[in-house]
Design a protein around this ligand. Structure first.
Ligand code: SF4
Ligand code: FES
Length: 258
C-alpha cells in the first residue's frame, strides 16, 4: 500500500476562534493561517463577522477582519475590481478572485485557502515566481518591426481583432494554472494554462510577426501535451475565459500550420 509522508509542519493544529459581539446576521469565515516566522504548524482560524457591517465581497470580509480583528492576517489585493489579479485564492473549494466572489453566493461557512499546490509565503500569499518565470518564456509582448521602431498605427481589421477576444482579457491571476491537476504534477516542465493562453494571445495577433517562432517554441518546450482537457482551468477562471480551448487551438495550429 502506498505510504504518504507529509513535509515537516504540514499537519494542521487547532486554530483560534474569534467570536462576533453581535449575534445577528453572522457568518463564519475559516481561514488558513501559517506564519513562517513562528515555525509553527498551519491552522485554520475561524472568524465570526457581522454581515451588516461588511461589504458584499469575500475581499471585504478579509479587509474587515484585518482592520478590526487580526492585523496580522496576510493576503494580496490591490484594485478590488477584478483587474489586477492579485487577490486570487481558494474560496469554498475553487480558485477565484476574492474581490469578485460575493459572500451571498456561498451557503454556510466560508473556507479560504491559498491558491492550490503553490509554496505558501504566509497565510493566503503564495510564491508565484515559478509561474511568472514560465510566462516570460513565451515572450508576452508584441514582436513587430523588430529593431525598427515605428510611430505608425498598427491597424487590424475587425475580423483580425476578434481573433484575440477571449485571450487579451486575461489578468494573470493564475487561478487556472494552480487548479490544473497536470500542472500540480508536472509544473516544473509544463507551462500551464495561464502561460499558454497568453501564448495563444500573441500567436493569434495579426500584428505579431513571430507566429511561427512562437509555435515552434511551444511545440518543443512547453510540454503542451500535458494538457488532458480536464477543464479545471476553464471552470475556475474568474474572467470567464477558456484556457483549455486556447490550448486545444495551439495544438491544432502546431499540427496543421507549422
Ligand atoms: S486565464 Fe483566467 S484564470 Fe487564468 S490567469 Fe487568465 S484570468 Fe486568471
Ligand atoms: S484586488 Fe485586483 S483582482 Fe481582486
Amino acid at each position: 500500500m502506498a505510504k504518504i509522508s507529509l513535509p515537516e509542519n504540514s499537519k494542521f493544529v487547532k486554530g483560534d476562534y474569534y467570536k462576533s459581539e453581535n449575534n445577528n446576521n453572522v457568518k463564519k469565515i475559516k481561514i488558513y493561517r501559517w506564519n513562517p516566522d513562528t515555525k509553527s504548524n498551519p491552522k485554520i482560524d475561524t472568524f465570526e463577522i457581522n454581515l451588516d457591517q461588511c461589504g458584499q465581497m469575500v475581499l471585504d470580509a478579509l479587509i474587515l477582519i484585518k482592520d478590526q480583528v487580526d492585523p496580522t492576517l496576510t493576503f494580496r489585493r490591490s484594485c478590488r475590481e477584478g483587474v489586477c489579479g492579485s487577490c486570487a485564492m481558494n474560496i469554498d473549494g475553487n480558485n477565484t478572485l476574492a474581490c469578485q466572489k460575493n459572500i451571498k453566493e456561498i451557503k454556510g461557512d466560508i473556507s479560504i485557502f491559498p491558491l492550490t499546490h503553490q509554496p505558501v509565503i504566509k497565510d493566503l500569499v503564495v510564491d508565484l515566481s515559478h509561474a511568472f518565470k514560465q510566462l516570460s518564456f513565451i515572450e508576452p509582448w508584441l514582436q513587430n518591426n523588430i529593431g525598427k521602431p515605428t510611430k505608425a498605427e498598427q491597424k487590424q481589421t475587425v475580423n483580425e481583432r476578434s481573433k484575440i477576444d477571449g485571450l487579451w482579457e486575461c489578468i494573470l491571476c493564475f487561478s487556472c494554472t494552480t487548479s490544473c491537476v497536470s500542472y500540480w504534477w508536472n509544473g516544473e516542465k509544463y507551462l500551464g494554462p495561464a502561460a499558454l493562453l497568453q501564448a495563444s494571445r500573441w500567436v493569434n495577433d495579426s500584428r505579431d510577426q513571430e507566429r511561427k517562432k512562437r509555435l515552434k517554441y511551444i511545440e518543443k518546450n512547453s510540454n503542451i501535451h500535458n494538457c488532458h482537457s480536464i477543464m479545471n482551468c476553464s471552470n475556475s477562471c474568474p474572467k470567464g475565459l477558456n484556457p483549455a480551448k486556447a490550448i486545444a487551438d495551439l495544438k491544432k495550429q502546431i499540427a496543421t500550420n507549422l
